[in-house]
Design a protein around this ligand. Structure first.
Ligand code: DGY
Length: 351
């Protein structure tokens, strides 16, 4: 009947979200949803998306899908929500979204632990020369080395007799940064420095409270110069986009301690890759652990950073656990459904 027709909604999904989550959408096809899925195991084709978006009430996208005026216009005025299966949203043109009064769903919280885990993993791997030493084993060269007192020595993450105080620096101090900080407590960390955008409304009271609950000697918001100079590990955990581009540049890296490690588990654009390669080659800092690199995944296999023995690089796996990705997909679907059916979205971006 007409009333049934009128209450049907079309959802376009740019990737199959797997057997745990797709039924949440597909079971409603009998009822009130038309579900259009890009079902190839490859990035959703732009032309396909432009051709299928018209008439959609919701677009469920990934961070590889560009959401711009062209796509939003193609979708049409009935579009209500863009729901991304990611915490990052620099692939979405927020101005264009706001102009059209659309809602945006994203996936905070559910990936906090997975990314904090990866951040610690990279801090350890970079400090302890994981790349260089694993390469020796993988290439069958271990027999060329016999154990010796200072062979393969790296830098210790934990506090030690010679380094009884440990300072973590965070560029960006949101949920993932704070979860990473909490994981550093058993390593004997004593101080936390951070930079953050004023929009995150940091207060000294919050910092005092955080310090006392984690039993840190201090938690302080500082400028980038001081953060670079005093941190034993710098974690880059701010959003991507123009505002944060190359915050870690040659100037920053030159100010860091020679024994310090840089970890990036946010977006590659925050770190100047050429400057970092130079810093590692010339020993301005000890090592780097990167989950993300500017220009990924196309970064040429022969970029100096990829060749640099002091640089551990993993291919954007920060949130890549089955446990977390299923919850991200679930949240992306629930955000879209809530927006379509006028319910409270579990995780709407504040525009
Ligand atoms: C995100 O969600 O934005 C991450 O980069 C992938 O989990």
């Amino acid at each position: 009947t007409n009333s049934v027709q009128a209450s049907r909604h079309k959802i376009v999904v740019t990737r199959d979200l797997g057997p745990d989550i797709m039924p949440l959408l597909l079971k409603r096809e009998q009822q009130d949803l038309d579900v259009i899925v890009w079902d190839k195991d490859a990035n959703c084709d732009r032309q396909w998306l432009l051709q299928n978006a018209p008439g959609a009430s919701a677009l469920i996208v990934l961070l590889t899908d560009k959401v711009d005026a062209e796509l939003l216009d193609a979708a049409g005025p009935q579009l209500r929500v863009v729901s991304t299966m990611s915490i990052g949203y620099e692939h979405i043109d927020l101005k264009e979204v706001a102009k059209r009064k659309l809602k945006v769903g994203y996936t905070p919280d559910v990936l906090t632990d997975a990314v904090a885990d990866t951040s610690i993993m990279l801090a350890l791997m970079a400090g302890r020369n994981a790349r260089e030493t694993m390469t020796i084993v993988n290439e069958g060269r271990w027999p060329n080395y016999s154990w010796s007192p200072f062979l393969f020595c790296g830098r210790q993450l934990s506090a030690s007799l010679s380094s009884p105080t440990r300072t973590a620096g965070f560029i960006g101090f949101g949920r993932i940064a704070q979860a990473t900080l909490a994981r550093l407590i058993p390593f004997g960390f004593t101080h936390c420095l951070y930079t953050s955008s004023p929009r995150s409304k940091p207060t000294p009271e919050r910092d005092t409270q955080l310090a006392s609950s984690l039993r840190l000697q201090s938690v302080s918001r500082v400028d980038l110069d001081r953060l670079a100079a005093e941190s034993d590990v710098v974690f880059v955990l701010a959003p991507g986009g123009e505002e944060t581009k190359n915050l870690v540049n040659e100037e920053f890296l030159r100010k860091m301690k020679k024994t310090a490690v840089l970890v990036n588990t946010s977006r590659g654009t925050l770190v100047d890759s050429d400057a970092l390669a130079k810093a590692l080659r010339e020993g301005w800092i000890w090592g780097a652990g990167l989950d993300v690199v500017a220009g990924e995944p196309k970064i040429a296999a022969d970029h100096p950073l990829v060749k640099e023995p002091k640089c551990v690089i993993v291919p954007h796996i920060g949130s890549a656990t089955y446990e977390t990705r299923v919850e991200m997909a679930r949240l992306a679907v629930n955000n879209a459904l809530a927006a379509i059916f006028d319910e409270r979205m579990p995780a709407a971006l504040d525009l």
